[in-house]
Design a protein around this ligand. Structure first.
Ligand code: NAD
Length: 297
C-alpha cells in the first residue's frame, strides 16, 4: 500500500485564506491592518526569491509589506540600526531579517536585536524560552508548519513516539518542543547519535531535518508511520543526457512511500507552510501588540 501524500501546498493555501479572513474582520472592526517588514542584505538569488514571495503573499492576505534591500557590504551596526528603527515603528508588527546574512554580520546579534514581540521568525531567546516553557510566544515558522502537517495526518498525538533527526535551533529543537506540547514521547537525534536507523524505525512520527539528500530509507521507517521531510537539498541529475538540478528532501521519497502511512513530498510538503506560518505569526504579533485576542485559526 502506498502512503497518503500530505499536500502542504493545499494546507498552506487554506491557512492563508483563514488569515486573510481574520485580517479583513480586524480591519472592519478596528480600522488597522498588520504590517510585516522584511530586510534582505546582499544579492543571494535564493534569498531574493524567498523575499519576493513573502512580499507577494503578505499583500495577498491583506497585510502591509515593507521591504528593505541593503547592499552586501552593509556593516553590522547599519543593519542593527535599521532593525532598531523597525522596532520603534508602530506600523511594523513583525520583523524578519532574511538569513543567511553576509559574514561581517553576526546572525545571533541580529536575532537578539529584534524586539521579541515583533520576532516573527521566533528565534529570539525569549521566544525559544516561551516555547520550551510551554508558554505562548512566537514559534519558528517551519517547525510550526511541520507540526500543522503532522496534526493533519494524525489527529491524536498524545502518547505517540516521535523521533526528530536534527537538533538545530531553527528546526529540530522547536519541532521537538511543539510535539512535546502535544504529549508525544520525543527523541532528538543528531550527527553523533548512534543506531539512528534503529531509533528512527520505532517512531510513529518521524521528522527529518538534516540537510542530507535521501538519507532516510525504508528500513528506517515503521510501517504506517507519519514521515515529515523538512530537508531541502539541490542535487545534480542527468536527464536525457542533460545535466540538471533537482530539489530533494532528506527522505528517499520513492523508497519510503511504500511503507509510511503518510509522507510529505519535497517540494510541496513542509516548504509552502513556512510563509503561511510567517503570516500567522505576524497576525498574532499584531493582536498581542494591540491587546486583541489572537484569532483561533
Ligand atoms: P542545520 O545544518 O542547522 O542542522 C542539521 C542538523 O542535522 C544538525 O542538528 C546535525 O546534528 C544533524 N545531522 C547532520 N548530519 C547528520 C547525520 N548524518 N545523522 C543525523 N543527524 C545529522 O540545518 P537546519 O537549518 O536545521 O535545516 C535542516 C534541513 O531543513 C536543511 O535541508 C534545510 O535546507 C531545510 N530547511 C527547510 C526549511 C523550509 O522548508 N522552509 C526551513 C529551514 C530549513
Amino acid at each position: 500500500m502506498s502512503a497518503n501524500i500530505i499536500d502542504g501546498k493545499q494546507v498552506a493555501e487554506k491557512l492563508r485564506e483563514r488569515i486573510a479572513n481574520a485580517v479583513k474582520k480586524i480591519e472592519q472592526e478596528h480600522k488597522k491592518i498588520p504590517g510585516l517588514a522584511v530586510v534582505l542584505v546582499g544579492n543571494d538569488p535564493a534569498s531574493e526569491v524567498y523575499v519576493r514571495n513573502k512580499g507577494i503573499q503578505t499583500k495577498e492576505v491583506g497585510m502591509t509589506s515593507y521591504e528593505y534591500k541593503l547592499p552586501e557590504d552593509t556593516p553590522e551596526n547599519e543593519l542593527l540600526k535599521k532593525v532598531d528603527e523597525l522596532n520603534n515603528d508602530p506600523n511594523v508588527n513583525g520583523i524578519l531579517v532574511q538569513f543567511p546574512v553576509p559574514q561581517q554580520i553576526s546572525q545571533q546579534k541580529v536575532i537578539e536585536t529584534i524586539l521579541p514581540a515583533k520576532d516573527v521568525d521566533g528565534l529570539h531567546p525569549i521566544n525559544s524560552g516561551y516555547l520550551s516553557s510551554g508558554l505562548e510566544g512566537l514559534v519558528p515558522c517551519t517547525p510550526q508548519g511541520a507540526a500543522i502537517l503532522i496534526k493533519e495526518a494524525c489527529k491524536d498525538l498524545s502518547g505517540k513516539k516521535a523521533v526528530i533527526i536534527g537538533r538545530s535551533n531553527l528546526v529540530g529543537k522547536p519541532v521537538a518542543q511543539l510535539l512535546l506540547k502535544e504529549h508525544c514521547t520525543v527523541t532528538i537525534c543528531h550527527s553523533r547519535s548512534q543506531n539512528l536507523e534503529l531509533i528512527s524505525s520505532e517512531a510513529d512520527i518521524l521528522v527529518a531535518a538534516v540537510g542530507i539528500p535521501n538519507l532516510v530509507k525504508k528500513d528506517w521507517v515503521k510501517p504506517g508511520a507519519v514521515v515529515i521531510d523538512v530537508g531541502i537539498n539541490r542535487i545534480d541529475v542527468e536527464e536525457n543526457g542533460e545535466s540538471k538540478t533537482r530539489l530533494v528532501g532528506d527522505v528517499d521519497f520513492d523508497d519510503v512511500k511504500g511503507i509510511a502511512g503518510s509522507i510529505t513530498p519535497v517540494p510541496g510538503g513542509v516548504g509552502p507552510m513556512t510563509i503561511a506560518c510567517l503570516l500567522l505569526n505576524t497576525l498574532n504579533a499584531f493582536c498581542d501588540q494591540n491587546n486583541f485576542d489572537r484569532p483561533s485559526l
